[in-house]
Design a protein around this ligand. Sequence first.
Ligand SMILES: [Zn+2]
Length: 76
Amino acid sequence: MPAPAPPNRATTAAKIAANPIGYKVCEGCDSIVGSGAVLCPNCHGYRFEASAERVIHQARILGAREQTSVTAQDLG
Ligand SMILES: [Zn+2]
């Protein structure tokens, strides 16, 4: 039987994209935080974009970042 995949950015991003209502995007640093957060844990910003469209868009960027990081560093 297949081993469960370890949690990683892509898995987290997929989970976020499947449930965008539970998250929002920080307008200060583009971090994805839980919808109940008052302050961004990353930059302490308090302005958030909570639209599902924005959350899914940001989740896709988050998920793609890990997959392309090695290539990007090789090219850089
Ligand atoms: Zn932030």
